[in-house]
Design a binder for this molecule. Sequence first.
Ligand SMILES: Nc1ncnc2c1ncn2[C@@H]1O[C@H](COP(=O)(O)OP(=O)(O)OP(=O)(O)O)[C@@H](O)[C@H]1O
Ligand SMILES: [Mg+2]
Length: 459
Amino acid sequence: MNDEMTVLLVEDDPDMQLACRQALSLAGIRSRALDAAEPALPIITPGYRGVVVTDMRLPQGDGLSLVKYARSVDPELPCIMITGHGDINLAVDAMREGAYDFITKPFSPEKLVDSVRRALDKRRLALQAGQARSAPAPAAGKGSDGLGRLVGSSAGMQAVRRLIAEIAASPVDVLVHGETGTGKELVAQSLHELSGRSSGPFVALNCGGMPDNLLDSELFGHEAGAFTGAQKRRIGKIEHASGGTLFLDELESMPMGMQVKLLRVLQERKLERLGSNTSVAVDVRVVAATKENLVEKARSGQFRLDLYYRLNVVTVDLPPLRRRTDDIAELLAHFFVLAASRFGRPVPPVNADLLERLAGYAWPGNVRELRNLADCIALGVSTPLLGATLQYASSELASPRSLAESVEEYERKLILEELQRNDGSLARSARALRVAKTTLNDKIRRYGISVAPAEPREG
Ligand SMILES: Nc1ncnc2c1ncn2[C@@H]1O[C@H](COP(=O)(O)OP(=O)(O)OP(=O)(O)O)[C@@H](O)[C@H]1O
Ligand SMILES: [Mg+2]
């Protein structure tokens, strides 16, 4: 197991899953097992170091859609289908969709290992060829779909777009502020694309969740022998971004010591690698993103005010989705189209009833949450994310409901509305609905209703 290639195994039958994992492990092949298609989606990225093995029949979604999705993300990613013996037509469809191979149940461990080995060999070659073609990797982008495409015609988004267009070409560094999922990274990418630097790299670095010394060498690079373990010289992200844009995500998490060093780079446009005395000139534009109020953080001594002022020359403030509910319809339509093409499904309709329900929701996860919801609706998958709302929406796409289901649906809807009316207060909602608090609580749990948090006050 020397090359870190992984088999992503999607199989809902626990016995079958275990048997496959054991067979692969005995052959020295690493695997990662999931029992549904949905959690596999975020794992499958362009250049995924491995292959996919999926059962044809899965409880939510199906193997064929997963293959289509994988092929749309990376056309060279080999996918192997496991099919039941009656599924030969489906298997043929899968091969037509570009599946690499299919194995019919029941099969021997050797059969699986043999097919996987060949697929891994093919993958290894494709990845090597890809590296040769495109070294160094262009950016830490997340796929091309939303690139530079900021959807939304609310007054808030129009102002954001105007500001971006105004400042993109000028050499100023930019701070992007907004709650989680409001599109900070998308704004950074748009700034990059519209700047004169779009042929240069877009390099993203998350300042959070990394030990200080690692972040230090990630940002500034090091010379060979700078510290134990530093065998070779390493170029840091700042230098890598030369000629392009450096996107510093979660700036609020940057350790104070690093903030001083970053400030110097911003002022002097040069840096020293760890373990070196010579400075290197760098030509980067920095776009930094934060979820927090940096002035507040500075007041409590957790952020350097001078760095804040240096970056604050231009701030793009992204309003949370609950303040631009006008955008929901447009965003939903946009995400439905993306989801439908990704999953090979029909584009779900955006209807007034669905929109009405969504408009009352607080969207703590903002646009990302809406995007996830659109994916689920397109796939017809239910999720506790929006409780009643989503189940209602997806059941609309599915078969007609029984009487009992309709009654439950109605009850669910009443509870959700009452909770929204009462800012999520259980006691007040129970009183209004004239049921015991414990009964209401049971129902909330049974229906998977998530009580939206009250809108936070501005700092
Ligand atoms: N205005 C928009 N139009 C289209 N897609 C959007 C828009 N805003 C956000 N998105 C999409 O929503 C998702 C979240 O956006 P993004 O990653 O830019 O958010 P973020 O503010 O960086 O979130 P976090 O703070 O959690 O990192 C992405 O898939 C992005 O493409
Ligand atoms: Mg982000």
